[in-house]
Each structure stands twice: as structure tokens, then as C-alpha cells.
Design a protein around this ligand. Sequence first.
Ligand SMILES: C[S@@+](CC[C@H](N)C(=O)[O-])C[C@H]1O[C@@H](n2cnc3c(N)ncnc32)[C@H](O)[C@@H]1O
Length: 335
Amino acid sequence: MFMKRNRHIAATALSAVLLAAVLVLAAQERPKPEQVLKHDKLEVVLPDFPAEGLILDIGGGGEGVIGRLKAKQVVAIDLSKQELVEAPGEPLLKIVMDARDLKFLDGTFDTATVFFTFMYIAPADHAKIFQEIHRVLRPGGRLLIWDVVFPRKTDPRQLYVMYPLHIQLPGKEINTGYGVKIAEGQGADHFLELAKASDFEVISRKDEAGWFMIEFKKPAPAPVPAAAPAPAVKSATPAVAGLWDAVAKSPDGDLQIQMEFKLEGEALVGFFKTPDGTTPFSKLNFTNDKLSFEVDYMGGIYRIELILSNDKLAGTWSAVAGPESGPFSAERSKS
Ligand SMILES: C[S@@+](CC[C@H](N)C(=O)[O-])C[C@H]1O[C@@H](n2cnc3c(N)ncnc32)[C@H](O)[C@@H]1O
């Protein structure tokens, strides 16, 4: 890997920069001049892109371009402490960290940027880095990648490529050179495939001469449908609830008695009310205006079956263990 840092220089001095960059390359990896393919200058215009919240800048050393653009929103990580130390700009944090093994919790960042950094990382590691970025982005978060399109080698001896770069930031110009080993044919499509495998959506893609920019999004989970409004609570109080003045007719005469129905918890209960107390009903059922129950009264068990209509109950009583029976009716005295 080699890179020539040369900030704020005039474009007219570019050839000198390139020469110096190749010399840096030579010093670091010692490629021979014939091994270096000199690429045309990349013209990169980088407008101030909108981004909310924290931005994770992968490989934020070097020229520290994203740190210069978005300053205190940026957490710059880089494998190389020296690259971070030397990078201009004042991001919120500079942390020595490997992009293949990010130490952040899931969903920490709103945006991740990889500005001409994948070109410096072995292609075999790219998928892992995509997965890591996906993990530390919040759902709905974005990944922005700028990178080179590697050239086809015209000369088999050429193992390296040197890219002179002119980066235009709002109010700032950076002239530099990025030099790396050629990963032949690698370009935007390689990253689109990685993104698909890591569950990123493509938002936009820009192809320029020798470089590209792609914006991805980590899909947000489908919104949970708003809970259906709770149905209006149907009154659980049955229509039969209340006090009733009842009359049971028999050959021996009429029995006049008060009865009451009410809810206890969710259960309908009923009983005869006398000055001496209450006599509870058993097998009480009230369905579709049909009321039935049994009552143990005065030494016998009686079954009463009634129909509710217009606040009146009418039906029959009958002895459970005998032939006696007769009409039974009631009028509501109190709801
Ligand atoms: C030259 S810089 C890229 C340009 C930089 N973003 C800028 O603004 O100028 C590439 C950086 O990627 C870093 N890098 C390479 N492999 C890395 C990895 N696995 N994790 C984090 N940083 C890495 C290198 O140390 C180098 O500083």
C-alpha cells in the first residue's frame, strides 16, 4: 500500500506529486517503476452530503476526507495509528480498529462511509466488512462507498496502480495520490454483489471516470401495523340484571317473591330475596333472552324457564321431581 499525502497544493504541481507518490510507493513496497500503472487523474467532487447522527468512517486515516467534511459527527477508525494521527480534520474520535472486527454495539451508527478504503483491503475481507458495517448500522442507516474501478492490466508486469486524485470539498481542494496493488476488474458491481449478500438496499449509484460512488441502506423492519382500536366494550351486564317482582301461580295460590340477578365477576348470579335472606339459583342460564334456572325452595327443587320481553319475564315453573307446574312471570322493579 502506498499513498502520497500532499494537501492543498496547486494543480500545476500535480506531476511533482505523482513523482513523489511513486517514490513513496518505492520506499514502502519497493515496486519497480515498470510495475506501476499510472492512472489518469481522478476528479472527485464531494458535496456536503446530508447525514443525521453519528458517522462511522472506515479507514478514516490518510487524508481524513470524511472527518474534514463532517467533523464532530465522525468516528474515524483505521488499522493504522499513524494514519489516524497524521490525518487532518477534527472528527469526534479517532480509534485504531480493524474494520473486519468492529468493536461497536449493534445499531450504533446512522451512517457509515468508506472513502477510497476498500481499494486498500484484500477483496477476500470485503464480505466480512460489509457484514460488520451492516451490524453496527441502525435499521434504516446508510452506507456510502467511494472507490476506484481497477484497470485491466495492459502490461502483465504491472502489479500496482497509482491514482492521482483531485478531491473537491465545499470550500477545500485536496490533491493527493492513492497507490495500491491492482485487484483487476474490481469495481462497483463487486460491491453491489456484496451488498446484496449482506442485506443492503441500493439507493443510488454514480459511475465516474475511474471511480464510483454507491449509497446503500440497511432496510428498516416493516412497521408494525398500528394496533386496531379496541372494540367498543360491550356492556357485559346482561339485560336480565336487576330486581324483579315475580309471581308463581299454583292451584294452592300465588307465590309472590322478589328475585334479583346480577354479575359477580363475569358470572351471572340470581336468587330469591326474602326478609329472611336469599335463596340462590343454580343452573342459571341467560341466552338470547331465554332465562332458565333451578331453585331449592321450601323443600322442593323447581325449574323455572322464562322469556324476557319488554322488561317482563314470562314462562313456567315446574317441580324437578314431580308433576307440579304453573305459570311464572315477573316485572322489573329496579334495573
Ligand atoms: C489511504 S486511506 C483511504 C482514504 C481515506 N479514507 C482518506 O480520507 O484519505 C485507507 C486506509 O484504510 C486503512 N485500512 C486498511 N485496512 C483496514 C482495515 N482492515 N480496517 C481499518 N482500516 C483499514 C489503511 O490503514 C489506510 O489508512
